[in-house]
Design a protein around this ligand. Structure first.
Ligand code: ADP
Ligand code: ZN
Length: 522
């Protein structure tokens, strides 16, 4: 084809306009040029596309790129066409004339890069037709979609195991920004690439400021977090569809341009929101995890989580959508004890097979441990992905204002005995009321004013006790004992604390009113 005699460096500068390869790009390109399979792990914004686009152009034949989302494919195709590359996307939403054009280009051997969805690729007609083409490379983009344990699993990706049978001798490149070692293993296993080269970039993103705060007043904390967004966009992640609608409305009432986004919207509604998001206007998208892949606006200045993600991997991908232009971006995660307890409870109740449940549990526990850590957040996160980051990052809340710890054994004992004496039938709000000795209708109805624990925590604020309860949930001493937010004891963890056999070191939560980010501007 056009570039068969050009070197990858030529194509990089002539077509893409970049003066040199970045990070592992040169190695990834070289391995594909040699005809070898490879797994490329790079954070979002790391420059994965070039890794397969250049071999696609420099090797004889057409590059085939498997991609899970139509929007993602269309974006890439538009970008390539702007550069003068003949690219196309084959998916279910094609107009008939576009399809005819693709077929004719293909038959003439004029198409340079073809994006395709996995279901389309593996439909018998298409695969037979494509197997007669000469292919330069097969790229499996967003390769983590093949992992059943991941948060973006796509069953269709499983069938990609058959690629070498249908297209023998074509080098494959799997690419993902999901870094955890288990997903990596899964991708290699599923694609039959266990012996292939793995190119892993550091996942450190120095321009991402990471703040993690106990949830005290959602809307107030959210508006504070959004104060730094400038002219850029913001994404607010919520755990449910209803909540996205509710929060977007509250933000609009406060004068923000805020729109909800979730899987319950019609395709037209989704498209309209995405168009506005991409247009560059300062906008706040309040979304479920349905707002995900293919979010490529460079100036996302702020990503807020109002609910705790289910795993560090999901969390890192979501905050990774911020600051793709390399400028500072703030990420704020709000979390609460009841949320953790509820997440654990539902996971326990789930009907998933035991092996999957164990993995999900382990991820949830890593996520909980991450929220409560007193050390550097970046180090903690990268450690979840098997990366050893040697020094504290200086762009996370714990680095910017170090957390002090204190001996909280006595406070813990007070909480645990309050739970025990109220028969493990109440939630954090009532327990706090009892500890602080406040007379309420509920206290009176249950005669809790007569308990020995009533008022033993008068000297501390409500927020302080909520912090202790949350930390006791996090360490597993308290658990949700039903669908309602009632807290019970986990005897094996709680007993040694109650007996004074175990010292409980707790974190001193930052003062709730500290402006997120703003006070820490560097
Ligand atoms: P990813 O798919 O890993 O999220 P992209 O392939 O979209 O990342 O690239 C992210 C950004 O980096 C793009 O704006 C791209 O133009 C830019 N980029 C990629 N490679 C280079 C390079 N070698 N030199 C300069 N910029 C690059
Ligand atoms: Zn840090």
């Amino acid at each position: 084809m056009r570039f068969e005699n050009a070197t990858p460096e030529d194509v990089l500068s002539r077509i893409f306009g970049f003066s040199s390869f970045r990070g592992f790009q040169a190695e990834a390109v070289a391995s594909a040029m040699r005809g070898e399979d490879a797994l490329v792990l790079m954070p979002t914004g790391g420059g994965k596309s070039v890794c397969y686009q250049i071999p696609a152009l420099c090797r004889p034949g057409m590059g085939l790129v498997i991609s899970p989302l139509i929007a993602l494919m269309d974006d890439q195709v538009a970008a390539l066409r702007q550069l003068g590359v003949n690219a196309a996307a084959l998916h279910s939403e094609l107009e008939a004339d576009e399809l005819a054009r693709i077929r004719s280009d293909l038959n003439r051997g004029a198409l340079e890069i073809l994006y395709i969805s996995p279901e389309r690729l593996l439909s018998p007609g298409t695969s037979a037709w494509l197997s007669r083409q000469r292919l330069s490379i097969i790229a499996v983009d967003e390769a983590h979609c093949i992992s059943a344990w991941g948060h973006e699993f796509r069953p269709e990706y499983r069938a990609l195991a058959n690629l070498p049978e249908i297209f023998p001798g074509v080098p494959r490149m799997a690419l993902t920004a999901t870094a955890d070692p288990r997903t990596r293993e899964d991708i290699l296993q599923a694609l039959g690439m266990v012996d292939s080269k793995q190119l892993t970039a550091s996942f450190h993103r120095p321009n991402l400021y990471i703040f993690v705060r106990p949830k005290t007043s959602e809307i107030r904390q959210l508006t504070e977090a959004l104060a730094n967004r400038g002219d850029g966009a913001s994404i607010v992640y919520c755990g449910s569809r209803n909540k996205t609608e509710r929060i977007a409305k509250s933000l609009r009432d406060k004068g923000f341009t805020a729109l909800p986004f979730h899987a319950g919207l019609s395709p037209q509604e989704k498209r309209a929101i995405l168009t506005r998001f991409r247009s560059g206007e300062p906008i706040v998208i309040v979304a479920t995890i349905a707002f995900g892949m293919g979010i490529d606006r460079p100036d996302v200045r702020c990503v807020v989580h109002l609910d705790m993600p289910s795993s560090p991997e999901a969390y890192y991908q979501q905050i990774g959508r911020a600051g793709r232009d390399g400028q500072r971006a703030d990420t704020v995660l709000l979390y609460g004890g009841e949320d953790m307890a509820r997440a654990r409870y539902w996971l326990e109740q789930s009907n998933a097979p035991d092996s999957e449940k164990r993995v999900m549990q382990q991820r949830l526990e890593s996520m909980i441990a991450f929220t409560e850590t007193t050390g550097c957040r970046t180090q903690a996160l990268l450690a979840c992905f098997g990366e050893n980051f040697p020094t504290p990052c200086s762009h996370c809340d714990n680095c910017l204002s170090p957390i002090s710890v204190f001996d909280g054994t006595e406070a813990a004992q007070k909480v645990l005995s309050a739970v025990y004496r109220t028969n493990q039938r109440f939630g954090a709000v009532h327990l706090t009321t009892v500890l602080r000795g406040k007379m309420t209708e509920a206290v009176e109805r249950h005669a809790h004013q007569h308990l020995s624990v009533f008022g033993v925590g008068r000297d501390r604020s409500e927020a302080w006790w909520r912090g202790i309860i949350r930390q006791l949930i996090a360490r597993g001493a308290l658990r949700m004992s039903g669908e309602h937010n009632t807290l019970g004891l986990s005897p094996e963890v709680a007993r040694p604390i109650l007996r004074g056999e175990e010292k409980v070191m707790l974190r001193e939560d930052p003062i709730a009113t500290l402006r997120t980010g703003a006070a820490l501007n560097t």
